[in-house]
Write a protein that binds this ligand. Sequence first.
Ligand SMILES: [Zn+2]
Length: 292
Amino acid sequence: MKQQDCLRRFLFEEHAIRGEWVCLHESWLAAKQHQTLVSPDVETQLGQALAAVVLLAATIKFKGAMIMQVQGSGELKALVAQATHDRKIRGLVRSEAAVKGANLQEMIGEAGRLVLTVESENSEPYQGIVGIEQSHLAGVLKTYFAQSEQLETRLWLFANQTHAAGLFIQELPGEQKADHDWERIEALANTVSATEMFSLDCEELLHRLFHEEKVRLYEPESVEFKCNCSQEKIANTLYSLGRAELEGILSERERVEVDCQFCGAQYRFDKVDVENLLTNPLPNSNPSSIRH
Ligand SMILES: [Zn+2]
C-alpha cells in the first residue's frame, strides 16, 4: 500500500544537507472538508500550505504549533495552515465567491505577506514575516529562509483533489560545505514531478532522484487532521470581547453560538455559561488545551 499521511526525514550522509518528504491523503481530505474551496486552484493553495507547514514544523524542536498565514488584498483573502509538534494538521481558507488568479501571488493580490508563527509551550511565540513576491508558495518560502535563517533551503509543493505532498532540502547550520554539493542535490531534486510525489513511496522517490548519493532515511512519522479547538479556548476568546458585547448578543438571542472555522465544531454558550465565563475567566494561555 502506498505510503501516505506520513512525514519522512532523511540525511545526505556525505554532505551537510538534510531533507524531508511528506505525502497527505486522508488527512488532506479531512482537513479541507470544512472549507469552501471556490476553485481547484484555491484548493491547490491550501494543500500546498498544509504540506509546507508539516515540513517546516519538523525542522524545529518544540512543543506547540507552527502556524502559517498568508494574507493580502486579493480575492483570496487568507490562507491558514497549522501543524503541531506531533503532526496534527488543520487549515482554513477565506476568499471571495470567485477567485480568478492562477497562482498564489495573483490570488492574494497587492501587499500580500506570509507570517510564520511558532507557538511553543515553553517560550514566547516567535514570528517571521516575508512579502509575497514570488508566484508560488515554495518560492516565497525560499526567500523567507534566505532572509531569516540564511540557510540554503528549497521546497517543492504539490496538491490536487486527493493528495498534498512536498519535498524539502536544507543545508545544516554551522557545517563546512562545498557549494557544488548543494547545487547538485538541488538540481537533482528539482526534477521531481507531481506524479512522482503522489504515486511513489519515499524510498522509491529518493532512489530515483538521488541514486548516487548516500541517503539515510528515518522512520515514518504519521500525520493526521485534528483540530485543537476546545470549549475553553472559545470561552477565552469570548471573554476578550467583554461583558457589554456579550450581553448585547444575548439580548437578541438565547445563546452565543461560535463555529470553529477549521473543523466545523459548534460551541454554544447560554446566559448561565456567559455569566460563568465572565466571573471566572480562565487563564489566557492554557497549556493543557494545547496537548490534546
Ligand atoms: Zn476546531
